[in-house]
Design a protein around this ligand. Sequence first.
Ligand code: SF4
Length: 84
Amino acid sequence: MPTHTITEDPLAWQETALCAQAGPEFFFPAPGSSTREAKILCGACEGRVACLEYALTHDERFGVWGGLSEKEREQLRRSGGSRR
Ligand code: SF4
């Protein structure tokens, strides 16, 4: 299974992004809506790590990226950690 990192093409992971096959409502749900379905897709996405790194690097504030909601990414940023 190929993996993508941001040191190659920073957007290569988008070529195999499973979210591209789903509607944006899964990944940018209304406030209070479930992110469960999006996270399940992210769990099966081969670009998940690169996607999450991109979101953290670019300070993406909205939606599910790399399997984490905005709140979870904020918690990760505050802890100074990385979830792979
Ligand atoms: S990890 Fe999730 S948000 Fe990121 S590209 Fe894959 S399906 Fe889309």
